[in-house]
Design a protein. Structure first.
Lengths: 196, 363
């Protein structure tokens, strides 16, 4: 009789442990997926920019330097992205990518500020389409980062709080870094979503 | 920026929804018990007439009660299966036309982009996007039993009258419904209400057959209790449908509040959603949807699709209440957006599409 009770208690504890473990794995997969989504959206952004520059080149012949700066910043950001390879990597590589994206954002900001002086360009359908696509791409990048941070926070909470922290320690679930929004103000000259 | 604690709002709304679902189940159980008792009285009619209540067999009561509860739930399940799983089918039945990647219409392009953005924010696969043409009201809906078969739709009016920020708020609200599995819950609730409707039909049929028999002059002592059972079925069914509708609307109102909170979680921006709601208040056509199927799908929409429904049967909280949850010091009388006329609203959206979102009104 006592043996049965002891076995039942052990089974219950083990079962609870399995549930906690599975929850941690689910949360880990969620943040890994969310991070991969940032990579997808950054790639989208980097693919769009050469087409944008190509489309405005005819109108903004006098702004060659600005256009070149945009392309250069884009290439640099793309290289940083490829280095990171869409996985949660070391902090230095992630910071470098974030910085490169920030530089790209400010280069684009300059381009759009200059476009104010070219009414023909501003009225062209092509440019309007690009403006919409770029706005959307910036938003997608921002939202994918936000989704990653939400997923990372849910995971970190599970790793840190009782009782799942016991399971996390046992099976080596480590805390994961959150993304900084260092380049936000620069990018978001466009729609001014306020992020807390 | 107004502060809006979406996590607390979600938790409280979720708790309330659970309570209301339990209320629905309790109601079905009570109806089962009442009909079980009535049925037992009917079956042992003669014995009851001679010996009183003591003759009722508890096993009979339980048996009939269980049969009624299982019957209601079975009918509900069949109805849920009939309503289907595919959001795109619901969207088409409401008059929606799908917007695809190859669109060149700037309004549609922007809408499709917003849907993709919000899907990313919600961490879900992008749902199929639909537009309901010829509807001037500002409204939107979500359908589909799970995120992989989900669809969202907006009215033509919403595309023409909402700016990018507001449209994002509305689409985020619909994504929140998908993320919270509200579309599934609503299908279940519709099924349960239907189960009670069938109960009423059944009672009516039984009652008719008895009336018919009496007219044929084949009266006997068992008829009276059996007739009482039939009347009981009808009354229970009617009361059940009424309470069911009230509960359904109450659940829906709760889920709407929760979806508003979810929209803020996805956009991190209560202003867009608040301004969209204000434009519904300002808009001459409000959130009306003229489509014939809109009535039965009222709970799917972003705001009341049928006019003039308030109080217990409203599927959405009042507009002003929803706006105040996002902007506590909102006053309709002095709010510039709430007081905008249709022309100014249309012009603003058009201007934004040509000038780009750079040029925006100060909040």
């Amino acid at each position: 009789m006592e043996l049965i009770v002891i076995i039942l208690i052990i089974a219950a504890v083990l079962g609870f442990g399995v549930i906690l473990y599975n929850r941690l794995v689910r949360l880990r997969n969620a943040y890994v997926n969310a991070f991969a989504q940032i990579d997808v959206q950054l790639k989208r952004r980097h693919d769009l920019i050469p087409r944008l520059v190509e489309a405005v080149k005819g109108y903004m012949a006098h702004e060659r330097e600005t256009l070149e700066a945009v392309i250069e910043a884009r290439n640099h950001a793309e290289k940083s992205r490829e280095q990171l390879g869409g996985a949660v990597g070391d902090a230095a590589a992630m910071a470098q990518l974030s910085q490169a994206e920030g530089a790209l954002g400010s280069a684009l900001g300059r381009l759009f500020a200059l476009s104010e002086a070219y009414p023909d360009l501003k009225a062209s359908t092509n440019f309007l389409q690009f403006q919409e696509e770029l706005t959307s791409t910036e938003n997608r990048v921002a939202y994918s980062r936000q989704a990653y941070n939400d997923a990372a926070m849910a995971y970190n909470n599970a790793v840190e709080t009782a009782p799942s922290n016991l399971v996390a320690r046992q099976f080596g679930f480590q805390q994961v870094g959150m993304l900084e929004f260092a380049d936000r103000e620069v990018i978001q000259e466009a729609p001014d979503f306020s992020f807390r | 920026m107004a502060t809006f604690d979406f996590r607390t709002a979600q938790e409280s709304a979720r708790r309330a929804s659970t309570l209301l679902m339990l209320g629905f189940l309790a109601m079905v159980l009570v109806i089962g018990a009442v009909i079980g008792t009535l049925g037992a009285v009917a079956l042992h009619g003669e014995a009851v007439a001679t010996t009183g209540v003591a003759a009722i067999n508890p096993a009979t009561v339980l048996g009939i009660a269980a049969a009624v509860v299982v019957g209601i739930l079975a009918v509900a399940l069949i109805r849920v299966a009939m309503l289907g799983n595919d959001g795109a089918k619901v969207a088409q039945s409401l008059g929606g036309k799908e917007v695809t990647e190859d669109t060149t219409n700037p309004y549609h392009r922007r809408y499709l982009n917003v849907v993709h953005e919000m899907a990313i924010a919600a961490g879900l696969p992008p749902p199929r996007a639909f537009v309901v043409k010829n509807e001037k009201g500002i409204n939107a809906f979500a359908a589909g039993v799970d995120p992989s078969r989900a669809a969202v739709g907006v009215t033509h009016g919403a595309l023409a009258k909402l700016n990018r920020e507001e449209l994002s708020g509305v689409v985020a609200h619909e994504m929140a419904h998908i993320a919270h599995r509200d579309t599934r819950l609503n299908t279940r609730l519709m099924g349960m209400v239907f189960g009670l409707v069938v109960l009423y039909w059944l009672g009516r049929a039984v009652m008719r057959s008895f009336i018919f028999r009496r007219w044929r002059g084949r009266d006997n002592r068992a008829v009276l209790p059996a007739l009482a059972l039939a009347i009981g079925l009808v009354v229970a069914g009617l009361l059940g449908v009424l309470c069911g509708r009230i509960l359904q609307s109450a659940v829906s109102r709760r889920r709407e509040a929760l979806a508003d909170a979810g929209a803020v979680q996805f956009t991190r921006n209560p202003r867009g959603l608040a301004n969209a709601l204000k434009k519904i208040g300002a808009n001459a056509d409000g959130s009306r949807v003229g489509n014939a199927h809109a009535e039965e799908a009222r709970h799917l929409f972003f705001a009341e699709a049928a006019g003039g429904i308030t109080g217990l049967f409203a599927t959405h909280p009042p507009l002003v209440e929803r706006i105040r949850a996002l902007e506590p010091d909102f006053e309709p009388a002095s709010d510039p957006i709430w007081r905008m006329d249709d022309h100014a609203i249309l012009h603003e959206t058009r201007a934004e599409l040509t000038l780009g979102p750079w040029d925006r009104r100060s909040p």
